[in-house]
Design a protein around this ligand. Sequence first.
Ligand code: PLP
Length: 377
Amino acid sequence: MILGQEPILLTPGPLTTSPATKQAMLRDWGSWDASFNAITGSICKDLVDVVHGAGTHVCVPLQGSGTFSVEAAIANVVPRTGKVLVPQNGAYCQRILKILGYLGRAHVAIDMPEDQYPTGEMVEKALAADPSITHVAQVHCETGTGILNPLADIAAACARRKVGLIVDAMSSFGALEIDVSKYPVDAVVAASGKCIEGVPGMGFVIVKRDVLEKSQGNSHSLAMDLFDQWTYMQKTTQWRFTPPTHVVAAFRVALDQFLAEGGQPARGARYAKNCETLVEGMASLGFRPFLPKAIQAPVIVTFHAPGDPAYGFKDFYERVKARGYVLYPGKLTQVETFRVGCIGAIDANEMRNVVSAVSQTLADMGVRKMEPLKAAA
Ligand SMILES: *Cc1c(COP(=O)(O)O)cnc(C)c1O
């Protein structure tokens, strides 16, 4: 396969990056080098600005995939005696609950079906019923389905009950509005390889400075200790341990393109157009999205699989890939689905092209019955 002709990733990270972002990885950097450390500093400043946190929040970058940063945020922000409420409607919410179990933090969930979101009112009621809860941890866009959870409403409920809020904004950061100057948020967590369109390898936590300053001793783990990472970086400008240098250099270039495009509003608008084009095109082939339009985030779309016996995801996936597009499996247990990402260095043309690749694939496979199978009881 020649460079530039690899299949397009329609997956929610890693995703398709631009040639300039890939190009930025062709140089090696020393981790002590002042120009490398200046890149880290400038990235942190720009990331804080994306969520309007200048003056109140600081950015702590962390090596690893996004989950490492979610775990670090919880371990640092929530004291060992704290208790966390998780409004739960999907796989990444469940991952937070699993992390809380590993960390030994007391926790409780509001369990919702995957096609509905927990409201601020529900969160407020749960907080009122259990005054021992100190924090809420929520997922902004639940990538398991693509549902958009109501961040501003939940943040307002947390503010009224005076509990902290940690937001897994992994798949929304940079694409959907997050404004920590409008509602209090202790920590916003995201990573390099999602809507800023960098490559995977580093996460970051945008954390309220006074919360971070009081967090010393909360972390059970040295590698995950954000307080330690931050104080070391303040002192030396360097990462504590080996940084993912190429990832950081590419992330800088990805952020430059993000800013040149017009920042979050423009990026969100491009993804919204991608999503709309995809859903319309797929509907013309007979595919139904799992979520109603009103609660669908323009990030990733879950589609019901066709009920035709000729359909199988693995075969479908391989054939669509041979036509140039990499899809994503579904993450639901009750119904057969697959997902298509709308994020990355792609535009509405790619979405039209993937729809035609899917159309040709269905014809090749002999899939005619598009009606999905009934959900397992
Ligand atoms: C991608 C993602 C993560 C992190 O997943 P990793 O595989 O660790 O990068 C966490 N939460 C959400 C909502 C995500 O979309």
